[in-house]
Design a binder for this molecule. Sequence first.
Ligand code: NAG
Ligand code: NAG
Ligand code: NAG
Ligand code: NAG
Ligand code: NAG
Ligand code: NAG
Length: 387
Amino acid sequence: MRRAIKDGRYQVAMAIIFGVFLTFLVLALGMIINDHFKKFILYENLQNSPLNAFLPFYMSDISKSSSNYRCFSSNPPRFNDSNIVYDSRLTWVAPRDIWHSMSDEELLWRASMVPHLVEYPFDRVSKVAFMFLTKGRLPLGPLWEMFFKGHEGLFTIYLHTSPEFAHEPPESSKVRWGDITMIDAERRLLANALLDFSNERFILLSETCIPLFNFTTIYNYLINSNHSFLNSFDDPRNIGRGRYNPRMSPAITLHDWRKGSQWFEASRKLVINIISDVVYYPIFRKHCMPPCYVDEHYFPTFVNMICPNLTSNRTVTWTDWSRGGSHPVMFNRVDVTEGFLERIRYESNCTYNGENSNVCFLFARKFHPSTLQPLLRIAPSLLGFND
Ligand SMILES: *[C@@H]1O[C@H](CO)[C@@H](O)[C@H](O)[C@H]1NC(C)=O
Ligand SMILES: *[C@@H]1O[C@H](CO)[C@@H](O)[C@H](O)[C@H]1NC(C)=O
Ligand SMILES: *[C@@H]1O[C@H](CO)[C@@H](O)[C@H](O)[C@H]1NC(C)=O
Ligand SMILES: *[C@@H]1O[C@H](CO)[C@@H](O)[C@H](O)[C@H]1NC(C)=O
Ligand SMILES: *[C@@H]1O[C@H](CO)[C@@H](O)[C@H](O)[C@H]1NC(C)=O
Ligand SMILES: *[C@@H]1O[C@H](CO)[C@@H](O)[C@H](O)[C@H]1NC(C)=O
């Protein structure tokens, strides 16, 4: 009898110990998984989640790891069940739930798949993927909101935030801008955007970027272009060819070496090529160290080697380097006038689909948060928003 009770207690104790052990195991596993897997939060309704309003949300769990990835899509999840359309089609046309647990390796593999049937078995309306690479919040969010309003279904917004993106652009050896983590983030953004089969054009932007035209104009310009707008040129100076590392040869020669702005726009076809690269990317990882900046050389060199005819070799994002120094000009409240924007919009010469054009730039940087008020005031008349 006593022995039976003792046995019983023994079993209970064992059960408790086992239970505690299991709990620890689950917690430990959870931590490991959490660390390795991407977090995705999807906002589908612009009205419910204005671009500037997600700040408190995503600032809260920013960590050093590169796994802070969020996606904001133009197709609404509202937090109201009766509004959610359960359409099984959507899960393969575009991921409904952007929270996915793929590792970078899995994500790139999944995104590299290309349909071989020419006809889409669904009504495909080409979308433009706006991919924001930011250090935190989007101070000019209200302007972008104004820009996107009324064009739901024609765009998707992706946001990749990391405090590491706070560094200033290159031309200065002090900064860590140009770190390989930047390219990793860009490839991750591109791969995620590829998962949506309707995304046809992909534009990379920073939090200091502004649109120079209304949505319709920018959409048509990009969708109808026969070329991507990935800046690629041969700079014979030290800050160009001088950054070439002979250890990259024979795979990459000085003849192949190119430079270009980090802020590119690319077609789906080019993006698939970019994220599928397993040959040149590892070489850059290994041999492009400061003063070589990966973000200024990898994409321009890659596109020059693999598919030079796909790019116009120019960028559609205007930047002012005219004041010299190692950083482009940051514009403040007083700089923003109609005349100034008008000049950026129309006073350049370039070719578009083989024809001369004076509309060469669709976006501009760098705009300080203090420019928001003047921009919001000018935008409706000048940029034709809200019409
Ligand atoms: C959900 O949306 C439906 C229709 O859009 C509305 O009638 C209903 O009141 C909403 N429910 C809640 C809890 O907001
Ligand atoms: C690429 O463009 C050049 C002219 O710019 C042309 O000669 C060549 O045939 C093109 N190549 C392809 C593959 O389209
Ligand atoms: C861009 O430059 C490459 C050479 O780097 C060239 O082959 C290609 O034709 C150029 N693209 C256009 C549209 O001129
Ligand atoms: C662009 O071309 C027009 C005429 O072709 C010329 O008058 C103008 O000065 C050019 N602008 C720039 C910035 O080169
Ligand atoms: C652009 O490409 C389309 C389809 O490939 C072609 O029909 C059109 O002529 C091209 N336009 C220019 C200006 O090259
Ligand atoms: C967009 O801007 C263009 C000029 O760039 C203008 O012709 C058009 O009317 C504008 N559209 C809307 C909807 O405001």
